[in-house]
Write a protein that binds this ligand. Structure first.
Ligand SMILES: [Ca+2]
Ligand SMILES: [Ca+2]
Length: 454
């Protein structure tokens, strides 16, 4: 099995594409020549060799986000037939159970791998057949449906969780390293981190959301935060979060919402008097609704979030928003959306209605029907918008800057990699021809430069 990455453009991005499927880098063989930026000349000697039957250095996989690495020919990744490959991305205690997330694939069969999870004195079997586009990007022969995510029941206490992927044909079953997790009624701040740090650079299921090993305490109902400096950690929130104070922190938590009474966000900062830092958390409703967005508002610093199953992942209507190293994916979409008079939902990954000083960097963004980046200015001006070093995909056009009375000012799109799954093929950035826009080094994932489309 071979996966070939295209030559040209920012190969660093392409190579980083191996990151999501953690563990994959160990099986990479480089059969190409590359030209490296001066800071990486030490590795350059290695990579300039014509054929290297050698694992991609771990340090390289870690560091590429800031390296200008230019491919001069294709890179080929090979996975041998035999023992299944995969990874256990997350082992997280939830109320009364343990959630295990990962992927597995046996190159000897097209069927889903059977994954056995031994935890809490019982063994549970699941099929690795849920969507993992990041795996398919590395192993095209694997297809997109090699993921698994399941909750197994477990009593309060400490448990070893051992995951094994079943084998078909050549090779033998693959036992992943066991993890230890604590389940039970603990203080909201209690947590045990047991997983090694992710080696991935591209945000995905293994390096966003609640870190592996964190124990979560269930909180039923909405949280209205009115005390400045409040820190929320280790909660599994079955309600909506309304930030009504400055300098609030939310981390290591899942926000699931509830059945909505009207249009709402899982987490919102609705006034310029308030501010929020939210990190290492997952925003995902149990049941998608046309009325539920992910993160709303202004004065927000968001890092390593995993946001899915909502209409707009991030919806900005104010100043000072930074979203970085986050995974915005798999939006909710309704072909008959009551908010749109029975027409399809306008789900966007990031919509900006107004705001100055907005930065999106290092995120992996896909899965919206309308746009990955939608600048509408329908409640005010947009200025000082920087979109740098992201993976962007989906939408009608991937990015869409709408024609309004006046153009947004100081908009910079730089070093982004665009996927080609927009509904209008090759429509990377739709923007009125007269609007100023600085575009630098934005490439499609085939290496071609991303043009403006009027
Ligand atoms: Ca096999
Ligand atoms: Ca929208």
């Amino acid at each position: 099995m071979k996966t070939t990455l295209p030559p040209g453009g920012l190969a660093s991005r392409a190579v980083v594409g191996y990151g999501p499927a953690a563990g994959v880098t160990k099986t990479l063989s480089i059969t190409t020549s590359m030209r490296l930026a001066p800071t990486w000349t030490g590795l350059g000697a290695l990579l300039r060799t014509r054929t290297i039957a050698h694992a991609l250095p771990r340090s390289l996989a870690l560091g590429l986000a800031t390296v200008a690495l230019v491919l001069t020919s294709a890179v080929t990744a090979q996975a041998a037939s035999g023992t299944p490959i995969g990874n256990v991305d997350k082992v997280v205690a939830t109320d009364g159970g343990i959630r295990i997330t990962g992927w597995a694939w046996d190159p000897d069969t097209t069927a889903a791998v059977t994954v056995s999870i031994a935890a809490g004195g019982k063994t549970t079997q699941v099929k690795a057949n849920t969507q993992r586009a990041d795996v398919a990007r590395v192993y095209s022969a694997a297809g997109t449906a090699r993921g698994f995510s399941t909750v197994v029941p477990a009593t309060a206490g400490t448990h070893d969780v051992c995951v094994t992927a079943g084998n078909v044909g050549a090779g033998s079953k693959k036992a992943f390293a066991c993890r230890t997790v604590s389940v039970g009624s603990r203080p909201a701040t209690a947590k045990t981190t047991v997983a090694a740090p992710s080696t991935s650079t591209r945000p995905n299921g293994s390096n966003t959301g609640v870190p592996a090993g964190v124990s979560l305490k269930r909180h039923d109902g909405d949280l209205v935060i009115t005390k400045a400096g409040t820190v929320i950690s280790g909660l599994d929130i079955r309600g909506f979060v309304d930030v009504r104070a400055p300098k609030v922190t939310i981390k290591n938590s899942i926000i699931r919402g509830r059945t909505p009474d009207g249009s709402i966000a899982l987490v919102a900062v609705r006034s310029n008097a308030y501010s929020l830092t939210i990190e290492d958390s997952e925003l995902a409703p149990v049941k998608a609704s046309p009325y539920i967005d992910g993160l709303h508002g202004m004065n927000i610093t968001a890092r390593r979030l995993d946001i899915s199953n909502v209409i707009d992942s991030v919806h900005i209507y104010g100043n000072n928003v930074l979203v970085e190293d986050s995974w915005l994916h798999d939006n909710a979409h309704f072909t008959k959306d009551p908010r749109w008079g029975g027409k399809p939902s306008h789900d966007d990954s990031v919509q900006i209605q107004r705001g100055s000083n907005v930065t999106l960097r290092g995120n992996s963004i896909s899965g919206a029907y309308n746009a990955a980046l939608m600048v509408t200015q329908d409640s005010g001006a947009v200025a000082n918008l920087t979109v740098a070093g992201n993976w962007l995909d989906g939408g009608a056009c991937v990015a869409n800057i709408k024609k309004m009375k006046s153009a947004p000012t100081k908009v910079l799109l730089t070093d982004n990699v665009f996927g080609r799954n927009a509904r209008y093929p090759n429509c990377g950035v739709k923007v009125p021809a007269t609007y100023p826009l600085t575009m630098q080094r934005n490439v499609f994932d085939n290496g071609k430069s991303v043009p403006r489309t009027a």
